[in-house]
Design a binder for this molecule. Structure first.
Ligand code: RIB
Ligand code: CA
Length: 312
């Protein structure tokens, strides 16, 4: 596959064990041309997610990819981290190599805008954390909207929440940014909890990944072991590895079940702030603004992760 056919993408996230695995998958796939990576606060502070990004791409060998530090905090709310899930560093577990890659001097939005401006073809954004950077990009550079081909995001859930009964973490962390994104008119694929809670990787799968035997495979298996500790206590049979589904939507959509839907983001409310409200019964009269992923072939998902680590 030559560069002319590859899908140009920008990764944006809050690594985060599942962000790290999503980025490992994206970097392993020949269909994707990663033009840049940006960080956001979410699972941990921006300082920590940015250090994690540098360590992840040092591990993966992505030294030619521009990496930039994104927004310090959500557009209106204050950030809140999730040490209970990802640990204090945001990526607790295996030791990672010290970064040997320098950060871009540009801000996250600045790097996104540069990539979009200079790209000959529209670029796909793959945000897997709070949507602060993407929302800020759309506010600061409306002239670049036509250079965004597609947004394949992890976030939300139709009638599902994992941080409140109504809201998923990425959307709740910055609902105003999410509202800007879902109202942008840009084609959106939403990998919400409807599918990502089914993207389970079990302890038996961890060992299948570890058995591949290279350094990346062993670290991914260790990341999964750590990430599963939180979920095991809740009775999960495996770790719900949310973020890679947003990448799979680009490289293997045939293993997904997708429903087109009009989705709104609740930015107010005592109980429902951060909810993604899906018009399942088409009562709004509004045309769909998102492809909502509802299911995944779990076995094929795990095979893709095993295949990806085998390529390092
Ligand atoms: O709710 C799951 C999402 O929140 C994932 O992206 C995880 O990394 C955290 O950011
Ligand atoms: Ca994430």
């Amino acid at each position: 596959m030559n560069y002319l056919q590859k899908i140009p993408i920008i990764l944006d996230g809050d690594p985060g064990h599942d962000d790290a695995i999503a980025w490992m998958l994206a970097f392993a796939r020949q269909e994707l041309d990663i033009r840049g990576v940006t960080t956001v606060s979410g699972n941990a502070s921006l300082e920590r997610t940015t250090r994690n990004m540098l360590q992840i791409f040092t591990l993966l060998g992505g030294r030619s990819i521009p990496l930039a530090r994104g927004s310090e905090r959500p557009i209106t709310r204050l950030p809140f981290a999730t040490p209970s899930v990802h640990g204090v560093s945001g990526l607790d577990g295996p030791a990672l190599p010290e970064p040997d890659i320098a950060l871009s001097e540009l801000s996250g939005v600045g790097l996104m805008a540069k990539i979009l401006r200079e790209s000959e073809t529209p670029v796909t954004l793959v945000p897997t954390g709070p949507l602060t950077n993407v929302g800020a990009l759309l506010l600061a550079h409306p002239e670049l909207k036509t250079k965004i081909a597609h947004i394949s995001l992890m976030g939300g859930g139709i009638l599902k929440g994992n941080w409140t009964p109504a809201a998923e973490f990425n959307i709740l962390a910055d609902p105003d940014a999410a509202k800007i994104v879902f109202e942008s008119g840009i084609p959106i694929t939403m990998a919400g909890l409807d599918v990502t809670e089914k993207a389970l990787i079990t302890p038996a799968d961890f060992e299948r990944i570890r058995a591949v035997g290279n350094k990346v495979a062993v670290i991914v298996a260790d990341w999964l072991c750590f990430f599963y500790e939180f979920h095991k206590q809740l009775g999960y049979p495996g770790a719900p590895v949310h973020d890679p589904v947003a990448v799979i939507a680009l490289v293997k959509p045939e293993i997904l079940t997708i429903q087109e839907m009009y989705v709104q983001v609740e930015t107010y409310g005592e109980f429902c702030k951060g909810a993604t409200i899906g018009d399942v019964y088409k009562v709004s009269g509004k045309p769909p603004n998102a492809k909502v992923i509802m299911d995944i072939d779990r076995g094929a998902f795990v095979d893709l992760i095993v295949d990806a680590v085998s390529r390092y």
